[in-house]
Design a protein around this ligand. Structure first.
Ligand code: HEM
Length: 454
């Protein structure tokens, strides 16, 4: 289990060859991740500019805790999520201050353990449907398969059957929106969005279609008053503990769009990288298979199995260590702050990167190696509390969908791996492309090999 996780990233923090664009906008060019690694090699706190913007990159667990937890009140979301407000409005990911706190309180029950149980049945059923649909020996883009599957899961759990009629439209619009999302990284995206360019027009059309579908569903539900037991019903019925108020239709729309986007692309990337790593590490693959045979025998995974699928969990934890889907977390200072005697002026962007910290040799042995067994010596919780592992962020803005994502990752992986062992097509190039999430740049072409029964 010791071969390298990715030869491209094994080269370590060597300064990439930068063209003029990379030099002026280092976080927009092709070498974003390598650039951050090279910054980390120079120190725990480094500064650079991105056009007119001052950026401070921090790469030490104490500093991450300082910004995300202890002094979180001095920071707002960074520029990328600020720009995402044009799509996500005042949803949980993009809102700030007391409004965010109220929304977070109201959304918490939606992600309560008791609710996850219901979602788990959907995850298992849809993963099994995919397992039965796959054809032995066929070659497929596993990243596309995982996008489709996680989109169906989040669609079904959010809107139960309502979305099935519009599933094609929803899928197409979300795909277009996600593609456009990368344009939000550009410095003049708010201007670009308003120009009549083909991608801006597509973006606006997709957004309008999704809005129409979502508002129609909200209206139907409000009229019928039936509780479908899904996320949308919860959003419509949940009340603020303090004043008993409910969410407005616009707010439900913003949260729905947020959960749709935040909830499928991240998990899809997690699963795609996991298939790639398993395909490259037959020993780990074999151990996974043994565990699945023992725990599941001849049935798909359910919520009760999750706590017994310890190695499956370790594989996922290790996959998110090497390829954290949310590879960078950004904040913008709204008050004066000091980080180890470094003045952070209001307006400064502070960046941190799980993708860099998770491979830092000061905190991880064999940092570039795929070693799921390391999670026998340190738990995910402990690594999180030391801030050396933060795939879901930290502090008050930590991912609300974290247990949803772990449950989904474990159930989907175990259910599919029970029948299938996808193998990377020989010679297919693999490189991480850090957009909003960390995607496989060239996709992942894999051959679907059926598992041999033990
Ligand atoms: C592997 C899967 C996932 C990863 C790696 C991930 C990662 C993250 C990270 C790093 C943040 C914090 C961003 C920041 O601090 O600026 C976040 C926030 C959030 N995530 Fe996730 N996420 C995942 C899955 C999900 C799922 C499945 C959902 C919902 C169904 C979800 C919904 C959200 C929401 C609503 C927030 C904003 C929370 C707040 O600010 O209060 N995520 N996620």
């Amino acid at each position: 289990m010791r071969s390298s996780a990715n030869s491209i990233e094994q080269t370590g923090p060597q300064p990439p060859k930068l063209g003029w664009f990379d030099r002026v906008f280092p976080m927009l060019g092709r070498h974003r991740l390598e650039f951050l690694r090279s910054q980390a090699a120079m120190g725990d706190i480094t500064r650079f500019r991105m056009g007119p913007r001052r950026v401070v990159f921090i790469n030490h667990p104490d500093l991450v805790r300082d910004v995300l937890v202890v002094n979180a009140h001095k920071f707002e979301k960074g520029p990328v999520l600020k720009r995402a407000r044009s799509l996500l409005g005042d949803g949980l990911l993009t809102s700030e201050g007391s409004f965010h706190l109220r929304q977070r309180r109201m959304m918490q029950p939606v992600f309560h353990r008791s609710r996850i149980a219901g979602y788990a049945d959907t995850m298992s059923a849809l993963a099994e449907e995919t397992a039965l649909k796959w054809q032995p020996g066929s070659v497929t883009d596993i990243d596309r398969e995982m996008m489709l599957l996680t989109l169906r899961i989040v669609g079904r759990t959010l809107f139960s059957a309502d979305v099935d009629d519009d599933a094609d439209d929803v899928g197409r619009c979300l795909t277009e929106i996600v593609e456009m999302f990368s344009v939000l990284l550009l410095p003049f995206s708010s201007v670009l969005e308003k120009l009549p360019l083909p991608h801006s027009l597509r973006f606006r059309r997709s957004k309008a279609t999704l809005d129409r579908i979502i508002f129609e569903m909200i209206e139907d539900r409000r009229r019928s008053g039936v509780d479908h037991g899904d996320l949308l019903s919860m959003l419509l019925s949940t009340r603020d503990e303090d004043d008993g108020s409910r969410m407005s239709d616009d707010q439900v729309r913003d949260e729905t769009m947020t959960l749709f986007l935040a909830g499928h692309e991240t998990t899809a990337n997690l699963l795609s990288w996991t298939w790639y790593l398993l395909s490259e590490h037959p020993e780990a693959d074999e151990m996974l298979r043994r565990e699945i045979d023992e725990v599941l025998g001849d049935r798909p995974a359910s919520l009760n199995d999750v706590e017994h699928l310890r190695f499956t969990e370790a594989v996922i934890a290790e996959s998110m260590r090497l390829y954290p889907p949310a590879w960078a977390v950004g904040r913008e200072a709204v008050a004066e702050h000091e980080l180890r005697e470094n003045r952070i002026a209001p307006g400064t962007t502070v960046l941190m990167s799980p993708a860099v910290m998770h491979r830092d040799a000061r905190f991880w042995d064999d940092a570039d190696e795929f070693r799921p067994d390391r999670w026998e010596r340190i738990s995910v919780k402990e690594a999180g509390s030391r801030y050396i592992y933060f795939p879901f962020g930290a502090g008050a803005r930590r991912c609300i969908g974290e247990s949803f994502a772990w449950t989904e990752g474990i159930i989907v992986l175990a259910t599919l791996a029970r029948r299938w062992a996808p193998k990377l097509v020989a010679g297919h190039p693999v490189e991480a492309k850090p957009l909003i999430t960390l995607r496989p740049k060239y996709g992942l072409r894999m051959t679907l090999e059926p598992r041999q029964a033990h």
